[in-house]
Design a protein around this ligand. Structure first.
Ligand code: ADE
Ligand code: ZN
Length: 319
């Protein structure tokens, strides 16, 4: 039985398995430039974040209708539930869809249909977090927040993702301020490829409640001390870090040292279809590679529920 856990760093577009990509392409009359799912899977070799993002955005072309988004989310929930996920906070990238002529309502209604049925069908509660693409302009992010206004009953928070280096959190100060005024929770990717200073900016300028990745915090002892003192959750993604070559091999991952330093670490799958594993696969891999104890695995699971945007009456901690 996998440990019950919450997944807090998961891009729904990153759960698009090659077989589903081909099925959706066929349904929508789209030709993919790959012979079959197996050939496509062979492309899942990346040299850095950008080389992954290029394929991630290319394959989104198969997502066109409300049913496509619902089927994508349903496939994720089925896999996540089998891996012990009891609560999932799901990122999506509206700008990548709006730019292709897919409307916000198509995306949100499709995802919400699957997510809102998830407690009954899969025993998984959910939240939806809308991410801004940091390599797009601040004006585009603001327009995206405006486009989301009619759908905020389905959206819990905002996040920040895509190509990190050269796009510091401070670029998005105003839109995060607006989001906070709308009652939205705030998270941001920081310190995946970018420097520790981006983590500090995400906290100080954007007011984030959790840091997505936060991997490079370990380079700055003062920042580590602050994150420990303030119990700031970090949503680490170990298999992602290896596949995107921010860490050479899993045995070199700082997760164990981070736990031992008192950081509030969580383990997540990021883009599991691309990085070779869902939530429990990540737990399993770090246990093996880093020799984590059962207590440390339970701490990771406990942290995931403590760091979740759950209401007080939703106690899902069955660990
Ligand atoms: N979008 C999807 N996955 C991402 C990641 N790991 N980092 C930044 N942006 C992303
Ligand atoms: Zn991510």
């Amino acid at each position: 039985m996998p440990l019950p856990k919450a997944e807090l760093h998961l891009h729904i577009e990153g759960t698009l398995e090659p077989e589903l990509a081909f099925a959706l392409a066929a349904r929508n009359g789209i030709a993919l430039p790959y012979a079959d799912a197996e050939e496509l899977r062979h492309k899942y070799r990346f040299s850095d974040l950008q080389s992954f993002l290029d394929l991630y955005y290319e394959l989104m072309a198969v997502l066109r209708t409300e049913d496509d988004f619902a089927d994508l989310a349903e496939a994720y929930l089925t896999r996540a539930a089998a891996q012990g996920v009891r609560h999932a906070e799901v990122f999506f990238d509206p700008q990548a869809h709006l730019a292709r002529g897919v409307e916000m309502a198509t995306v949100v209604d499709g995802l919400a249909r699957a997510l809102e049925g998830a407690p009954e069908r899969h025993g998984v509660s959910t939240r939806l977090i809308m991410c801004f693409l940091r390599d797009e302009s601040a004006e585009s992010a603001a327009a995206t927040l405006d486009a989301a206004r009619p759908h905020l009953d389905h959206i819990t928070g905002v996040g920040l993702d895509s190509a990190e280096v050269g796009h510091p959190p401070s670029k998005f100060r105003e839109v995060y301020e607006k989001a906070a005024n709308l009652g939205l929770r705030r998270v941001a990717h920081a310190g995946e490829e970018g420097p520790p200073a981006y983590i500090t900016e995400a906290l100080d300028v954007l007011g984030v409640e959790r840091v997505d990745h936060g991997l490079r915090s370990v380079e700055d002892p003062d920042l580590v001390a602050r994150l420990v003192r303030d119990r700031v959750p970090l949503t680490l993604c170990p298999l992602s870090n290896v596949r995107l070559r921010t860490v050479d091999v899993l045995a070199d991952h700082p997760l164990r040292a981070m736990l031992e330093a008192g950081l509030m670490a969580t383990v997540n799958s990021d883009d599991p279809a691309y990085f070779g594993g869902y939530a429990d696969d990540n737990f399993h891999a770090v246990r093996e590679a880093l020799g984590l104890t059962d207590d440390q695995l339970r701490e990771l699971a406990r942290n995931s529920f403590l760091a979740a945007f759950l209401d007080d009456d939703e106690d899902l901690r069955k660990a």
